[in-house]
Write a protein that binds this ligand. Structure first.
Ligand code: IMP
Ligand code: MG
Length: 179
């Protein structure tokens, strides 16, 4: 069988993303005003572009670290099983930790990551998610800051993939299967 054919419908333009990222960064900068112990924890791989844009608008001294948590497989269905594939390099005890995530879908990934980071005794633990699909939620969890609420569509672009493709789109699009 050949790969399924699909087209990508634009949901959020590059311009709209840039404007929202600027707003989020302004709120984050105000929230953490005065701190010199902020660690940005970027969840790989989907949030790499969002993180890169967001941190450049945050006007505070920060460190950036990376954590990769993954559900199994390459499908469009989130798995409930969450594994840490790559842990942080640095210690977060006593630090202000801001987790940067691409999408909160069922909430399992974020819930698991926050539970793990919470055991390391950060001073504060917050989340900034670019996208939220509230209608898909199975775990009662919400990011401190959310870029956009979106409908229950499978999305790609701006770092987010379908089968590892389309991360390099400059906007967010929804995958629509054809034939
Ligand atoms: P959750 O554990 O169900 O909240 O899933 C969160 C993760 O699933 C996200 O960090 C993404 O990596 C992935 N994911 C959820 N929805 C989408 C989507 O629409 N496109 C691509 N990846 C998605
Ligand atoms: Mg992810």
């Amino acid at each position: 069988m050949s790969d399924p054919k699909y087209v990508i419908d634009e949901l959020i333009s590059a311009k709209a993303i840039a404007a929202r990222v600027e707003e989020l960064a302004r709120e984050i900068t105000e929230f953490y005003e005065g701190t010199d112990k902020l660690v940005i924890v970027s969840l790989l791989r989907g949030s790499f572009i969002f993180t890169a844009d967001l941190v450049r608008e945050i006007k505070l001294p920060i460190e950036v670290d990376f954590l990769e948590a993954s559900s199994y497989g390459n499908s469009t269905e989130s798995s409930r099983e969450v594994r840490i594939l790559k842990d942080l390099r640095g210690e977060i005890e006593g630090r202000d930790v801001l987790v940067v995530e691409d999408i909160v879908d069922t909430g399992f990934t974020l819930n698991h990551v926050l539970a793990i980071l919470g055991t390391r005794n950060p001073a504060r633990l917050e989340v900034c998610a670019l996208l939220d699909k509230p209608s898909r939620r199975e775990v009662d969890i919400k990011a401190t800051w959310t870029g956009f609420e979106i409908p229950d569509r499978f999305v790609v672009g701006y770092g987010i993939d379908y089968g590892q493709r389309n991360r390099n789109l400059d906007h967010i699009g929804a995958v629509r299967f054809i034939e």
